[in-house]
Write a protein that binds this ligand. Structure first.
Ligand SMILES: NC(=O)c1ccc[n+]([C@@H]2O[C@H](COP(=O)([O-])OP(=O)(O)OC[C@H]3O[C@@H](n4cnc5c(N)ncnc54)[C@H](OP(=O)(O)O)[C@@H]3O)[C@@H](O)[C@H]2O)c1
Length: 266
């Protein structure tokens, strides 16, 4: 499975459709060899067929299981990856109290355990080689924590929380690895025209949506711009920086002393 000579190697999870497929096709066109991961092997074969001049290894794995995560992590640790695209995702859009435990577990494995463990497996080799890029696909909902139910009636807690995990993981990991040649990005699209919503029974075809190709274009350009959090649909580039500075202000505003409002009234 090793990459041939000078061609860099990228591993893309969730490459059987949508954003992951667009990443695979783009990176293949840019000269990368590929490891493409998903459960639908026939779809991965279609991606490979579209890239006849690229060495494409299809790895069928279910990232909703620990065994699947470990199988892909082994490849991340063993292969000289230049790029890891942690993109696979589901949302299981259901009210928290209706969400079956197995679906909650699947979601947490695909969106939290997998990106964390695949990055953990890939990073040491990247550090040793002094180069590498990890792109973790999150989403703008990761910033929606304070939104009310009235404002976002269809937002779901577990999926939203997984995106916030990916953003914080990417920011902290960027700081840890920035001096060692490894770039880390959280890629945060809004609504994208893929199979994502349709597969969970929602028809968002009437909603204005970004294309998967544009998301990939933003992610790759964002890397060139040095963006740790890339928001393809946010025009005002300093908006997220304002959010992060406010987060840091809250973080720095703490002290070991009990805040006055919590003290017993005497
Ligand atoms: N579409 C949006 O509006 C939107 C917005 C913000 C963020 N995102 C994020 O973008 C990422 C890509 O989603 P998309 O929009 O491209 O949706 P998509 O077209 O449904 O693609 C999802 C990909 O994830 C793979 N996947 C899902 N569960 C998996 C599992 N258990 N094991 C391995 N692979 C699995 C799917 O492959 P198989 O089914 O073949 O396994 C598929 O390739 C997701 O992480 C999502 O959270 C999407």
């Amino acid at each position: 499975m090793s990459s041939t000579n000078s061609r860099p190697l990228a591993l893309v999870t969730g490459a059987s459709s949508g954003i992951g497929r667009a990443f695979a096709l783009r990176l293949g066109a840019l000269g990368y060899d590929l490891v493409v991961v998903a459960r639908r092997g026939e779809r991965l074969a279609e991606v490979a067929a579209q890239l006849p001049d690229v060495k494409v290894q299809a790895l069928v794995a279910d990232l909703g299981t620990l065994a699947g995560v470990e199988a892909v992590a082994d490849v991340c640790a063993r292969e000289p990856l230049s790029m890891l695209i942690n993109n696979a995702g589901v949302a299981h859009y259901m009210p928290f109290t209706d969400l079956p435990a197995d679906k909650a577990s699947d979601l947490l494995h695909v969106k939290v355990v997998a990106p964390t463990m695949l990055a953990r497996a890939a990073a040491p080799g990247m550090v040793a080689r002094g180069e590498g890029t990890i792109v973790n696909v999150a989403g703008m909902l990761g910033f929606s924590g304070p939104a009310t139910l009235e404002r976002l009636p269809l937002r779901r807690a577990v999926y939203t929380a997984t995106l916030a995990h990916i953003v914080a993981l990417s920011q902290a990991l960027h700081e840890e690895l920035k001096g060692q040649g490894v770039r880390v990005q959280a890629l945060c699209p809004g609504v994208v025209a893929t199979e994502f919503h349709e597969r969970q029974g929602f028809d968002l075809s009437a909603v204005p949506r970004m294309s998967a190709d544009d998301v990939v274009t933003a992610g790759l350009r964002g890397l060139e711009l040095g963006e740790v959090v890339c928001a393809p649909g946010v025009e005002q580039a300093d908006l997220l920086e304002t959010v992060f500075q406010a987060d840091l202000a809250a973080f720095s505003g703490q002290s070991p002393q009990l805040a006055t409002r919590y003290r017993p009234v005497s």
